[in-house]
Ligand binder design. Structure first.
Ligand code: M6R
Length: 602
């Protein structure tokens, strides 16, 4: 969590830092700050609240051609002005922004205080500028001081620092993402590409142990010993417009509406002659695989459930484990195990940790991610990209759809490769229907009644979501989305489980959203009727001629398609219900309280 940015070049840096921070706010929005350098000292401006609050607090745009910036998701200390980054040393000569967690900050702080350093915040980060200052005094060299400081730190960090009187930005990473952006006349460092995508699409994904020094005309990457490193440059194929809100009030609505395009990108070139064609994972890739273990969190976990359901239908032994539970909950792992990390950001700490544990136990790993160059993509043996484009709203929407489709394609590859598997008989029809999915989503977006339904139901006591099989994962995802952005109580259940406990909560104030895909929905209908008998209003999220529509008070229509894709269309309807309910309740839809998009702490 937390987003950091740095910029050096000719001309003022402040505006670029502030707009970059706005594009990083999905990583945290408790407090924000910038520091700029202009030859007359390092000037720090910071406050609790969002980047907008920081902007309003600035009487005039600070001048200086280099600077650093931060948007925070608090770990150590509440979101106060004092705890906002950048942090400085006692004299205010060294300013640092940091994403990560410093495990040994307590002992370092005590040692530094004993040497006379004065601290002003509760954060773990504040030890870093003091350490740099301490080593600068010893060595007289800021680059060496940064190197020594990061060697002293235990934990995870991506840091950027500026030093009074020096035309340089210093940076380092270990365990937290950091990307270098290369433009003709300026350099950037950021936690993620959207921070500077308006300026350049040429990037270098930095690795753990890299130390970077930028000056206005050049950049240098070295390792911890100071040996120069040559890292390759990548061109990001995201459009700068993808990183903005465009005509929409919220990123979430933009991203829901972007799904016809994002899904087309996910599918493009991956279906050939009635079969899947995955460039990254050619035929035969998985011949040695015996079992598959999915690890994921939150929405990605629901997408993994979707994929696991399809894999089981293909006769492949499959387990889905919540990444945070991996140590205690995963089954046996050996060389025949493929551990599949499903993670939009590729940076979720719980997921990365689960993959590391599985690979240490002998598994082979595959990352299914949206972010090229992410830690998951770099650490896994193989990676396949979901190609959803940047997703900024904290609530995952288009990435769920693209994850599920990518996993469905992956299922076909595994079913063809794994000797004991049985590829689906209707594979060709299914893949043909997949080509129609973007158009079907378009139809849902054009015809949905989600807004009026949300207005009518928004004063309910609780919201239940039920479904079977693929519909179960969609029900869980529908409930997660609803609670995340409306702050209302919502729960998802396997339809048949309702009567084993949750039914006690059902009243006429608990609408039940029943998700049907057109296959194996019998229990969804009978359990919906049982809830209805207890007074619950039923919303069928199903194909038009589905038996559920005979019993439901309200129907959210899912275009007629293969059952494998129907669940994803039902999910788009549920995304819209959540969005409109949150809008009626005037919630901060893109920045729900206490959450951050990329959860890089365990
Ligand atoms: O980046 P990841 O896909 O690994 O993130 C996992 C979860 O933190 C994420 O899906 C979270 O549940 C979403 N904010 C839900 O909308």
């Amino acid at each position: 969590m937390c987003g950091i940015i740095a910029r050096i070049g000719h001309g003022d840096a402040a505006e670029t830092l502030l707009s970059g921070l706005e594009n990083l706010e999905y990583r945290g929005y408790d407090s924000a700050g910038i520091a700029v350098q202009n030859g007359s000292g390092v000037k720090v401006h910071k406050c609790s609240g969002e980047v907008d609050d920081l902007k309003s607090s600035l009487e005039s745009q600070p001048h200086g051609n280099m600077g650093i910036g931060h948007t925070r998701w608090s770990t150590h200390g509440p979101p106060t002005d004092a705890n906002a980054h950048p942090h400085t040393d006692t004299a205010g000569d060294v300013a640092v922004v940091h994403n990560g967690v410093i495990d040994n900050y307590d002992e370092l702080r005590t040692e530094l205080q004993a040497k006379g350093h004065e601290f002003e915040s509760d954060t773990d980060t504040e030890v870093i500028p003091h350490l740099i200052d301490e080593y600068r005094t010893e060595t007289g060299d800021s680059e060496e001081a940064v190197r020594r400081a990061v060697e002293t730190l235990e934990g995870s960090y991506a840091i950027a620092a500026i030093v009074d009187g020096e035309e340089a930005v210093y940076a380092a990473r270990k365990g937290s993402p950091l990307v270098l952006g290369l433009d003709d006349e300026e350099w950037f460092l950021a936690s993620d590409v959207p921070a500077f995508l308006d300026h350049t699409d040429e990037v270098i994904y930095l690795e753990d142990g890299d130390i970077v020094v930028l000056d206005p005309d050049s950049y240098r990457i070295t390792d911890l010993e100071g040996t120069p490193i040559d890292r390759s440059t990548d061109t990001v194929d995201w459009d700068p417009e993808d990183a903005g809100k465009g005509e929409y009030d919220h990123y979430m609505l933009k991203e829901i509406n972007n799904q016809p395009t994002s899904l087309s990108n996910t599918i493009e070139g991956r279906i050939d002659d009635g079969d899947v064609a995955l460039e990254e994972l050619p035929a035969g890739t998985f011949e040695d695989v015996e079992t598959v273990q999915f690890v994921a969190c939150g929405t990605s976990y629901h997408a993994a459930m979707y994929g696991a359901n399809l894999l089981r239908s293909a006769g492949i032994s499959t387990e889905v484990v919540r990444a945070s539970e991996y140590t205690s909950m995963s089954g046996p792992v050996d060389e025949g195990t493929l551990v599949v990390a499903v993670t939009q950001s590729g940076e979720t700490a719980d997921t990365l940790e689960a993959v590391r544990e599985a690979t240490a136990r002998g598994a082979r790993s595959l990352a299914v991610t949206n972010v090229v160059g992410s830690t998951a993509a770099r650490e896994a043996d193989d990676a396949i990209y979901i190609r959803a484009g940047p997703e900024v709203g904290v609530a995952a929407t288009k990435t769920f759809s693209s994850q599920a489709v990518t996993l469905a394609l992956l299922t076909q590859r595994l079913a063809a490769d794994v000797p004991t598997a049985t590829p689906a008989e209707d594979r060709e029809t299914m893949l043909e229907e997949l080509k129609e999915l973007p158009e079907h989503v378009e139809r849902v977006l054009e015809t949905t009644d989600a807004a009026s339904l949300a207005r009518d139901t928004v004063d309910s006591k609780s919201y239940f979501f039920i479904g079977n099989g693929l519909g179960h994962s969609v029900a869980l995802e529908g409930a997660l989305k609803f609670k995340e952005i409306t702050y209302e109580h919502a729960e998802g259940f396997a339809a048949g489980e309702l009567k084993h406990g949750p039914l006690a909560l059902v009243t006429d104030e608990t609408p039940v959203f029943a998700v049907a895909t057109g296959s194996g929905d019998g229990k969804t209908k009978t359990n919906a009727i049982e809830a209805q008998t207890r007074g619950a209003p039923i919303v069928a999220v199903s194909p038009d001629d589905h038996p559920l529509t005979d019993v439901a008070e309200v129907h959210l229509s899912v275009p007629d398609t293969h059952p494998v894709w129907a669940g994803l269309l039902a999910n788009v309807q549920l995304q819209l219900v959540s969005y409109h309910a949150a809008d009626v309740l005037e919630r901060p839809i893109d920045k729900p309280r206490n959450l951050a998009k990329s959860v890089t702490v365990e």
